[in-house]
Design a protein around this ligand. Sequence first.
Ligand SMILES: [Zn+2]
Length: 268
Amino acid sequence: MVIGRWWQGLRERREQAAVARRAIPDDLWKRTLVRYPFLRRRDTADAAALRRLTSLFLDRKEFSVAGGLRLDDAMVVAIAAQAVLPVLRLGLARYDGFVGIVVHPGQVVARRAVADDDGIVHEYDEVLAGEAMEGGPVMLSWQDVRGAGRSAALGYNVVIHEFAHVLDMADGLADGVPLLPADIPAQAWRDLLRREYGAFVRRTEAGEDTLLDPYAAQAEEEFFAVASEAFFVDPAQTRREHPELYEMFARFYRQDPAVETAAPRGGG
Ligand SMILES: [Zn+2]
């Protein structure tokens, strides 16, 4: 008990020192919230927690660049603030499995190879706005991160997408099933995800307009990542179009962004 309290005290002091070391100036934080309105929280304690987690994230993660990009404070704060939004109530320890974040100026072309049933290898190019691998690093296109304020209306957010993959892979499997709390049985999660995914694939095949990017039809783990983007950056529309999924995500993320965000609402 006493040891526990001592440890807790030590941890709090260390975190406090990290937050002070990585303090985000008021004007920079305000500009970040203007640029990315989906980060704004109604509740002042939530707003403060997001800013504090952003500082802790900056203290624990290492940024590097590619393609001659120059990173400034506004850029790393923009990335960190969006990255910690999904773990606002889950805690930053969910991201302990990796350290590095590589930022590219724009999207990246990756050479892929797949073998067909006859063992013939086919090569193709895949254009990536981001990528997450188990154990990291997380790769991001700055062009996509920068546009995240505007693209929120499309439910698009590359940072949240990749960090949803990080949460998904925490159990060693990229399958659309993250580490779940005791009150969400894995089977219930899987059943709902499969049902929603199947319905979504049918809608995209029928050429219907969808809130979620049709890329979500690739696989269940992509559906989870794409739906997580929309959940955070266009929550009202997500709740309307996917009420059951929204409710399950709200229980998993322990957030209700359709209610808790302070961003100005669009009509409808
Ligand atoms: Zn993905």
